[in-house]
Design a protein around this ligand. Sequence first.
Ligand SMILES: N[C@@H](CCC(=O)N[C@@H](CS)C(=O)NCC(=O)O)C(=O)O
Length: 217
Amino acid sequence: MITLWGEGRGFRVAWALEEMGLPYRLRQVDMLAGVENDPEFLAINPAGFIPALQDGETVMVESVAIMEYLMARHGPTPLAPDPRDPAFGQYQQFLHLGEAGLAASMFFVVVAKILAPEDQKDNWGTRKAMSTFESRRKLVALQLAKSPYMAGDRFTAADISISYALEFARRAGGVPLTEAEAAYLKRTTAREGYRRAMDKCAAVKAWAKSLGEDISW
Ligand SMILES: N[C@@H](CCC(=O)N[C@@H](CS)C(=O)NCC(=O)O)C(=O)O
């Protein structure tokens, strides 16, 4: 049985698992209580961040890498286009840009907003993180002007990666979405796989509910 450790970016992994119809259990990791109090989790990821995945002998971290692992090990799946598909380059680009360009940049804006001393909340580093997020976001806007999904006309794991990042920016960073982004999220989050992942990820679901999102499915 596959075990997913932690929500947060683990939501991407839960969504991919649901889309693929793979059975798994979600082991909650309470980051606020402090991972130093969770030796079972530290044995899985000694670096102490979420998510992590355990699949038999395989233990790994990094949400996008975990999705790539699941699609390769347990696929084939329509979530990953064939490497000879003309859309493969765009797919790979947005799969990684969702984390490396968008969520990773926004993460530093959000933690500064929540945890930094007042005079450090808006410093050079947080402004740079925000401008990096905004520059990568332009590529998403250009893609959405051309096609409904990141890899063209069908939903792929790149959309899981990008949708997570946009939702994180909106929910945690207070970033207002453009009309095109909102319409895109309406498409991607209407999927059964997203809804099942939300039902599994109790903390993400409670957070969305507290923000007044319509999660009545
Ligand atoms: N690039 C990583 C980011 C992992 C990450 O930063 N996770 C956050 C929660 S979503 C975390 O555990 N932060 C605490 C820390 O880094 O110590 C991924 O995509 O999995």
